[in-house]
Ligand binder design. Structure first.
Ligand SMILES: Nc1nc2c(c(=O)[nH]1)N[C@H]1C(S)=C(S)[C@@H](COP(=O)(O)O)O[C@H]1N2
Ligand SMILES: [Mo]
Length: 253
């Protein structure tokens, strides 16, 4: 991203007064959106409310501890894919043209922290990794959801390739639009957690995270970082952009 693009993004974020304008939705929608992660399509259903009322009492650590690595997010048929897929970002909910412009030839992914092999990855190397496809529902805490098809490498396989320390607590993502988020290691190793380079059989579009995003169908949308430029393995809690404004860090099943 060049300086001009960065400036435009930062300016756009300032202009939106992001925390005050958007956070009022948090309490109203947080529990309902979490209900959808478990495959519950009726977000205001009594059962979901009751179950999640209990769940909301747990702190992040308890949620991470309760995480069931064998529980899978629901997958969907091709006929249910949402087209066009909605765009969202921390700098604006409706200007995909402000997404960072990344030159595929220059791009490298940095690996930092507790990994044996911390070499940079070029896109050519990343595209050569074994891949799989899954159709899952992306659920945004702001109250919308959409079904998408993503293709990429199983993240646990990628972590094995870089010799990541699987006993580390966190995987942190730093993105080329200055967004950050972090996830627990159990979720990083979950079989549906995927480092994606393709969406709906196309190269991941710029608005949706070119050159790569982490798809985490067991977590809410804001835990799915786009435009990833650095992956760090570590034990220091690193939070993330929305997390600093009070969104629940775990935000998942
Ligand atoms: N780098 C980056 N990743 C991000 C965001 C962002 O602003 N920047 N927004 C998050 C949120 S809140 C959502 S809902 C999804 C939106 O992804 P989409 O544009 O493909 O729908 O990306 C998530 N990952
Ligand atoms: Mo979101």
């Amino acid at each position: 991203m060049n300086d001009e693009t960065r400036y435009i993004l930062q300016d756009a974020a300032r202009g939106l007064d992001v925390p005050t304008r958007r956070l009022f939705l948090r309490n109203a929608l947080g529990l309902g959106t979490l209900a959808m992660l478990s495959g519950c399509e009726v977000i205001n259903g009594f059962g979901a409310e009751r179950a999640l009322g209990a769940m909301s009492d747990f702190n992040d650590r308890a949620q991470a501890w309760l995480f069931d690595p064998n529980k899978l997010a629901r997958e969907y048929p091709e006929s249910m894919i949402t087209r066009p897929f909605p765009f969202n970002s921390f700098y604006t909910p409706n200007s995909p043209d402000l997404a960072p412009i990344i030159d595929p030839a220059d791009f490298v992914l940095n690996i930092t922290g507790l990994a044996e092999r911390r070499e940079d990855w070029t896109l050519r190397q990343l595209y050569a990794l074994p891949r799989f496809t899954q159709i899952t529902r992306h659920i945004c805490i702001e109250g919308w959801s959409a079904i998408g098809k993503w293709t990429g490498v199983r993240f646990s396989d990628f972590l094995a390739r870089i010799g990541a320390d699987r006993r580390a607590k966190y995987v942190t993502f730093r993105c080329d639009d200055n967004y950050t988020t972090s996830i627990d290691m159990a979720t990083a190793l979950h079989p549906q957690t995927q480092l994606c380079f393709w969406m709906d059989d196309q190269i991941l579009p710029r608005a949706h995270g070119f050159p790569m995003k982490l798809r985490v169908p067991t977590k809410l949308g804001f835990k799915n970082p786009k435009h990833i430029g650095e992956i760090e393995i570590g034990n220091d809690y690193a939070g993330g952009y929305w997390e600093t404004y009070g969104y629940n860090w775990f935000s998942g099943l």
